[in-house]
Unconditional design. Structure first.
Length: 162
């Protein structure tokens, strides 16, 4: 995303620094509808670049209120700091050879909800192929029955309409 200076953003959106956020948003929505590549047709690359410039301008002015901007920046800084701390804990845990603190421990055999699979061997391939052949034969029979029902229904409709 390209950063646009706030004064340029006002010009791109056609608003002034004195306008409130509702006016800025209305101008952005109007420009997006007018310059969207799907609505314009023609050269899609040019329309996409124009729409990107409009969106960048709106993004730079979205925090029009300086107090909201400070709150947003503080939240972003806190989020980045928490993510960095989480990554550090994970790396330290991996280096020490223990599970990371953010992942749950592996389930034990006595835990409720753990699916226990018995030690069975897979059925032989011939048995699986035989089952597939039986299923295919059943499907062919059902298809034949459906065809007969359709033919009977078609004949009944022809007799009624005659």
């Amino acid at each position: 995303m390209t950063r646009i200076a706030p004064q340029q953003a006002y010009t791109v959106l056609g608003v002034t620094p004195e306008d409130d956020f509702a006016t800025i948003r209305k101008a952005w929505v109007r420009l997006v509808k007018a310059n969207h590549p799907d609505a314009l047709g023609g050269d899609i690359d040019t329309a996409t670049r124009r729409l990107s410039r409009i969106n960048d301008a709106y993004d730079s002015l979205r925090w029009h209120n300086p107090q909201k901007l400070r709150i947003h920046q503080a939240r972003e800084a806190q989020r980045r700091q928490e993510a960095r701390a989480t990554r550090t804990r994970q790396v330290d845990a991996l280096r020490a050879g223990r599970p990371t603190p953010d992942t749950p421990p592996p389930p034990s055999q006595g835990d409720v909800g753990v699916a226990k699979t018995p030690n069975r061997q897979a059925p032989p391939l011939a048995a699986l192929q035989g089952a597939g052949n039986r299923l295919a034969e059943q499907a062919r029979r059902k298809y034949g029955e459906v065809q007969e029902i359709c033919e009977t229904a078609t004949q009944a409709v022809m007799i009624r309409s005659a």
